[in-house]
Design a protein around this ligand. Structure first.
Ligand code: GUN
Ligand code: FE
Length: 454
């Protein structure tokens, strides 16, 4: 009897810290029947050869081919699943108009379960094919369709965290797309939480319910209060939008004379398992409150370029102790790929840096120290996301889930420009981060199960 369910041999990249990656060259990765990494063995370790002798040639031994590398699966901290149907459209108008003319009418169509099935099936498959092994989803106000999304994640083997969206304020939301009333919104949320908890028991990787007030403008005080209580009662995840655009930020200041962070906290919605999207206009006091409560930021760099015209000072918030991960914000961000968002996170941070070009006068608008390296952006897409969700994911390390993507740099149709046999592995890592396309992602594993291959 083999001790481990699977043994993998190859070179992996993982975050050592938020700033540094670790290169595990030609290591062995022992995965137990629960899909957890039980042991990582370096070539110099005593049992390396013993394990190789025991497993080589067997079905549960996986030798990576030359030019293939292992990365942790990505953790997407902010996806609007229904909006996949409009990805890449209508990004030239402001958030408020985009919500009312495109997004709410689209989301209202998810009362139709056939339509929901078609879109959600395609999206979950697409995210897996892009290396996303865990995703934190907003569904729609519809309880059944939201449950269907959780079921599709369960069936396809993705670790999905799913929220039935709450939009109960009749003054703020269109008649055609909102909860029937506040008690119904809360009752539906509670039923949804219980149903997803049951569903999770049938999966290996877990699916999780998420308490989801869309954003403060869409919810009444009673709903926000009730959702805070449900989050506490079930120790559930919470997600919302926080201080995203000038308009949304201004609305909350008008209504509560507070920033979003303190208003959400008042209703019990900032908890260790809370993830707030965007957070472009977080003050230092807001960031301290996030750090104190364990609330994480879902940084959505592509979306922020469109709807917020803003770059969030990630390095500054990290230094304050706030947990941060990366989100696509489909469809505020057009791309389903966290590779694309890693690239944009780096590029946006460079635009925020003040006075980096000595030929130009300091413009006094930037934030010194904002530059993010690709290693740091990779951390956000992997380990940072795992820490934000308090789950053992996002690292290739003992006692973490075997959630990985296997990248092929030598694929004839999508070859990465590696011409030197002995190229430095950190240079190869950077090429992978900048140049990988979905074609290069040969296999994706979640919790020790292969969920995608091409
Ligand atoms: N604020 C409220 N709803 C949304 C949404 O669907 N997308 C984005 N980007 N911001 C929002
Ligand atoms: Fe969003």
């Amino acid at each position: 009897m083999d001790k481990y369910m699977q043994l993998f041999r190859g070179t992996a990249f993982s975050s050592k810290s938020s700033k540094e990656i670790e290169i595990l060259k030609e290591h062995l990765f022992c995965v137990n029947p629960d899909g957890m990494i039980e042991k990582v063995v370096a070539p110099a370790d005593a049992d390396y050869q013993l394990l190789l002798d025991a497993y080589e040639g067997k079905d549960n031994f996986h030798q990576l081919a030359e030019g293939q590398y292992i990365l942790p699966g990505f953790v997407d901290l902010h996806v609007h699943a229904p909006q996949w149907a409009q990805s890449g459209t209508a990004l030239d108008i402001p958030l408020y108009d985009w919500l009312n003319t495109y997004t709410f009418p689209l989301e209202s169509k998810f009362s139709d379960l056939d339509f929901a099935q078609e879109v959600y099936d395609d999206l979950v498959g697409t995210l897996l094919a892009n290396g996303t092994t865990t995703a934190l989803y907003f569904a729609t106000v519809h309880k059944e369709a939201s449950l269907l999304l959780a079921q599709i994640c369960a069936d396809k083997g993705q670790r999905g965290l799913v929220g039935k969206v709450v939009m109960d304020d009749p003054e703020q939301n269109p008649e055609t797309y909102r909860d029937a009333d506040t008690p119904t919104a809360l009752a539906d949320t509670e039923e949804f939480i219980l149903a997803v908890k049951e569903l999770s028991k049938t999966t290996k990787q877990g699916v999780f319910p998420v308490v989801t007030p869309r954003f403060i403008p869409s919810c009444t005080d009673e709903a926000l209060q009730g959702l805070g209580e449900l989050a506490k009662k079930y120790d559930a995840y919470v997600q919302s939008h926080c201080s995203e655009s000038d308009w949304a930020h201004g609305y909350v200041r008008n209504r509560f004379q507070k920033n979003d962070a303190f208003a959400l906290h008042h209703f019990g919605l900032l908890r260790d398992k809370s993830v707030m999207a965007h957070c472009n206009f977080l003050s230092d006091d807001d960031a301290d409150l996030f750090a104190e409560t364990g609330t994480a930021i879902a940084h959505c760099p592509i979306s922020n370029a469109y709807f917020a015209n803003s770059v969030i000072p990630i390095a500054h918030f990290h230094a304050k102790g706030v947990e941060i991960g990366l989100g696509t914000d489909i469809s505020g961000g057009f791309s389903p790929s966290l590779f694309d968002n890693v690239r944009q996170a780096v590029m946006s941070s460079r635009m925020l840096e003040d006075g980096v070009n000595p030929a130009l006068p300091a413009n006094n608008r930037g934030v010194p120290g904002s530059r993010m390296t690709v290693d740091e952006a990779f951390y956000l897409a992997t380990a940072g996301g795992g820490e934000s969700l308090s789950l053992p994911i996002g690292r290739i390390q003992e006692r973490y889930a075997w959630d990985v993507q296997i990248i092929d740099t030598k694929l004839p149709s999508a070859k990465l420009p590696i011409f030197n046999e002995d190229e430095d592995l950190h240079d190869i890592f950077q090429k992978i981060m900048y140049l990988t396309r979905p074609e290069n992602i040969r296999e994706v594993w979640v919790q020790g199960e292969k969920v995608h291959s091409r």
